[in-house]
Design a protein around this ligand. Structure first.
Ligand code: ADP
Length: 374
């Protein structure tokens, strides 16, 4: 009987696991938050991932559980593990992707390079940190942030008063030094429960308004040392935290050429969408292989350059289908991926991948194809 993989969360990441699951001969089932989500093409149950009994019913007939997002509560994850369910990544690893303060403390223990940081409980503590770091810092809510929500640059403790005031007893915010970075990078690795690890080339990510806009793989002008340092960081975090499945490590390359870890994602990640069409083994196939403890695939690029451009918002007039047809006919070398989501301003509704020998050509074609959806 085919191995059954259960994915908690019905967004586009679960959706993009469907095709590789079919090819690998795996049976994919999805626990979606609502009807009509991106992953509804797979056998989909609908229910609340925070409700242990809902999740227990969903996992009753799967062999391994994995995720489209990192929000399943620790209590639910630990109960599943106690029930004997194979959960990848497991709760011990996932806690570091769920809480940025817990992550910072653990990365410090592992000796991984990261921005200066501190937990702050009140305005006085925050002001002490700001005063020691040139009067500026980046305040983050440790849990539940995404796409730049829950991240704020501040130059005085007053500017975080609303968040500080909302803290419950025993809670803290994370404050980090305001890193002067030349660019942002991402390193992905995949790790199996049995320990095998493969690393993708480090990529450059470009964010607009806190949201990933474009990715270039591999990162241009990535000197040998940068490639080695980034890969070493990815491997040591995957091993040190016991991550299973895909791990994405978001990195800053500083003006003085240091590499610092920004944050972690333990699932396929926007920075790896290029690999669907640009690598021998795409990240969604790799994630499935890893969580099912199958031999990992070759992560090598299939072309000198791959470029990914996100489609944000979607068309203000006409339908996605019309735009899709026009983009396909004008840019036959572009691989256009749509998520089956209703367009809304700022919402990720798809992406375009283009690979080739010439970086400028690939960037131009990917942007031109994506522009059909503006
Ligand atoms: P999210 O969880 O919303 O993705 P991140 O922690 O990745 O939040 O921060 C979002 C963006 O804010 C980053 O991609 C980066 O551009 C900027 N940022 C985050 N932390 C810092 C920092 N310490 N210094 C400078 N910029 C930062």
């Amino acid at each position: 009987m085919a191995l059954r993989v259960g994915v908690i969360g019905g967004g586009q990441l679960a959706r993009m696991m469907i095709a590789p699951a079919v090819e690998l001969g795996l049976e994919l089932r999805v626990l979606a938050e609502d009807e009509g989500m991106s992953a509804q093409l797979a056998a989909t149950a609908v229910g609340d991932y925070r409700d242990l009994e809902v999740v227990r019913a969903f996992v009753a007939d799967v062999d391994v559980v994995t995720f489209d997002h990192e929000h399943v509560p620790q209590e639910v994850l630990r109960a599943l593990v106690d029930d004997g369910v194979a959960v990848h990544p497991g709760p011990d690893a996932l806690q570091f992707a769920q809480d940025k303060l817990v992550m910072r403390a653990r990365l410090a223990e592992l000796g991984v390079p990261q921005p200066d940081w501190a937990p702050v409980r009140d305005a006085a503590e925050l002001q002490v940190f700001l005063d020691a770091h040139g009067g500026a810092g980046v305040v983050k809510t440790p849990r539940g942030g995404y796409d730049g929500k829950g991240v704020r640059v501040v130059r005085s403790a007053d500017e975080a008063q609303d968040w500080l005031g909302g803290l419950a007893e025993g809670e803290a915010l994370l404050v980090e030094e305001l890193v002067s970075f030349a660019r942002e990078l991402a390193q992905q690795v995949a790790r199996r429960p049995s320990g095998e690890i493969v690393a993708y080339p480090v990529v450059e990510t470009v964010q607009r308004d806190g949201v990933c806009a474009e990715v270039i793989a591999p990162a241009p002008a990535a000197a040998g040392r940068l490639v080695e340092v980034a890969e070493g960081i990815g491997r040591s975090i995957a091993e040190g935290l016991g991550v299973t499945g895909m791990l994405a490590v978001e990195l800053f390359e500083t003006d003085d050429e240091r590499i610092l870890v920004n944050e972690l994602a333990m699932r396929p990640h926007n920075s790896g969408h290029w690999s669907q069409d640009g690598a021998v083994t795409g990240q969604f196939e790799q994630h499935l292989r890893a969580v099912a403890d199958l031999p990992l695939g070759d992560p090598s690029p299939r072309a000198p350059w791959s470029v990914m451009v996100n489609i944000l918002g979607g068309p203000s007039e006409g339908t996605m289908g019309d735009r899709f047809a026009a983009a396909m006919s004008e840019h036959p070398s572009a691989k256009i991926h749509t998520y089956g989501k209703a367009p809304r301003p700022g919402r990720k509704v798809g992406h375009v991948n283009v690979s080739g020998d010439d970086l400028d050509d690939a960037v131009y074609t990917a942007r031109a194809a994506a522009a059909h959806f503006d």
